[in-house]
Design a protein around this ligand. Structure first.
Ligand code: TRP
Length: 382
C-alpha cells in the first residue's frame, strides 16, 4: 500500500499532500522567519505584500546575505519565469506580484524567462505553434501587471537563444548528466531536450554578471517545485565565478476543487481560474468551488466554517483582499459562522471581475512593448 504521507515535488511532478515543513528538511532550504521579514520591511521602507505576510512564501535560500548586501550598497536583480503550456491561471501571478512589489519598492531590474522549449519537450501533446502562442500571451499578461518597461527584460527561449547560447554552453559543461537524472528523476525514455533544458533555466540567473563582467546578485521568487533547477544553478555558480542566486519559495495554491494544486494541465479545467476565462466561466467555477463550509446553513451559523481548507479563502489570501483589515475580517466572520459561503463567493466573484476588466485594459498597453523587451543579442561575441 502506498504510504499516505508520501508526496513528490519536482518541476515535472507534484503528487500527494505536500508537507511543507518536511519539504524544508528534504530540500535543505531555510524557513522564512519573522526576523528576515522585519529586515525586508525595514529595507523596503513600507508594508510587505500579502504574499509575504500571510505565509504563502515560506522558505528561502540565502535571502539574509542578499538583503545585507543590498543594505550595504550592492543592488540585486529579480528573475522568475513561466513555462507556457496554456493560459495563465491566478496562482501564476504570485511570483510576479512579489517581483513587482520589489521592483516598485527598490527599483531593481526584472528578468522574465518564457520557456516555450521546455514545455514543448515536457508536454508531448503540445505543438510548437501552441507553446509559442501561449508564451507570447502569457508574457503580455505578466507585463500587464505593471512592470517598468525600462527595467524589465525577457528571455523567450526560442527567440532569445542566440543571446543565451554563449552562456548556456559554459553552464552545460559544468552540469553532470548524473545530477540532472537524480534531481529531476528522469526516466530512460525522457527526450534529451529535458536533459539540456536546465542549463537554459540557469542562464538568466548569471546573465547580468556575465554581461557586465562583475558579480551581480540575483533573487529568484518561485514555486518550491522549481527549487531542484536552482540547486544545480547554485552548485555550479562559484565554479563559473558567479554569485549563487538567492531564492524565495512559495507554497503551491490549492485547486478550486479542493484537491491538489492549481495547474494548467490538470485534467480538470474547473480546478483552475484562468486569466482568459470569460465572466460567466469565472462565476460558474467560483460558484462550484470547494469551501470549508458546513452541510447546512444552520450548522454553519452554529459551528462556523474552516478557512484553512477553503479554495475561496486561498484566493482572498493571495491577491484579492490586499488590505489586512479586510482579510482578517473575512477570516474572522468565516470562522464564526457570520459569513456564509454563498455571500463570500458573490463578493469574491465581483472582485475577480473587476480585476479581469482592469487587466484587459492593461494588456493592451503591455502588447505595445512586449516584443521589444525580448533579449535577442548576446552582450559578447563568445
Ligand atoms: N520552469 C518553469 C515552469 O515550468 C519556468 C521558469 C523558467 C521559471 N525560469 C524560471 C520559474 C525561474 C520560476 C523561476 O513554469
Amino acid at each position: 500500500m502506498p504510504d499516505p504521507e508520501e508526496f513528490v515535488v519536482t518541476p515535472y511532478e507534484i503528487k500527494g499532500k505536500i508537507d511543507y515543513g518536511r519539504l524544508i528538511e528534504q530540500f535543505g532550504t531555510q524557513e522564512l522567519t519573522p526576523e528576515l521579514l522585519a529586515k525586508l520591511h525595514h529595507l523596503a521602507g513600507g508594508e510587505l505584500p500579502p504574499v509575504l505576510t500571510r505565509g504563502i512564501y515560506y522558505s528561502h535560500r540565502d535571502l539574509g546575505p542578499l538583503l545585507d548586501g543590498y543594505a550595504n550598497g550592492r543592488p540585486f536583480f529579480l528573475y522568475s519565469g513561466r513555462g507556457p503550456s496554456g493560459p495563465l491561471h491566478i496562482s501564476h501571478l504570485l511570483h510576479f506580484d512579489l517581483c513587482l512589489w520589489f521592483q516598485k519598492r527598490l527599483g531593481v531590474p526584472m528578468y522574465i524567462q518564457i520557456t516555450d522549449d521546455e514545455k514543448f519537450w515536457s508536454r508531448p501533446t503540445l505543438s510548437r505553434e501552441e507553446t509559442v502562442h501561449w508564451g507570447l500571451e502569457n508574457l503580455v499578461d505578466l507585463l500587464a501587471l505593471g512592470f517598468d518597461p525600462k527595467r524589465t527584460h525577457v528571455f523567450f527561449d526560442s527567440k532569445s537563444i542566440a543571446a543565451m547560447y554563449p552562456l548556456a554552453v559554459r553552464v552545460a559543461r559544468k552540469i553532470p548528466y548524473s545530477s540532472v537524472k537524480a534531481v529531476f528523476g528522469l526516466q530512460p525514455s525522457a527526450n534529451i531536450g529535458w536533459v539540456f533544458f536546465t542549463a537554459l533555466q540557469t542562464v538568466p540567473a548569471f546573465w547580468p554578471s556575465w554581461a557586465e563582467g562583475r558579480s551581480v546578485p540575483c533573487l529568484i521568487p518561485c514555486g518550491v517545485d522549481q527549487d531542484p533547477h536552482f540547486r544545480l544553478t547554485r552548485d555550479i555558480a562559484e565554479g563559473l565565478g558567479y554569485p549563487k542566486p538567492a531564492l524565495l519559495h512559495s507554497k503551491m495554491v490549492p485547486g478550486l476543487l479542493g484537491e491538489g494544486v492549481m495547474s494548467t494541465t490538470a485534467n480538470r479545467a474547473d480546478d483552475a481560474l484562468f486569466l482568459n476565462d470569460p465572466p460567466r466561466e469565472v462565476e460558474r467555477k467560483l460558484r462550484n468551488a470547494f469551501t470549508g463550509g458546513r452541510a447546512t446553513v444552520e450548522e454553519q451559523r452554529r459551528l462556523g466554517a474552516v478557512p484553512e481548507i477553503c479554495s475561496i479563502w486561498a484566493l482572498w489570501r493571495t491577491r484579492f483582499a490586499p488590505s489586512d483589515r479586510e482579510f482578517e475580517e473575512i477570516t474572522r466572520t468565516c470562522r464564526s459562522g457570520e459569513l456564509l459561503c454563498g455571500d463570500c463567493k458573490a463578493k469574491l466573484i465581483e472582485r475577480v471581475h473587476t480585476f479581469y476588466d482592469e487587466h484587459a485594459a492593461a494588456r493592451e498597453k503591455a502588447k505595445s512593448w512586449a516584443e521589444s523587451a525580448i533579449v535577442t543579442a548576446p552582450p559578447k561575441a563568445l
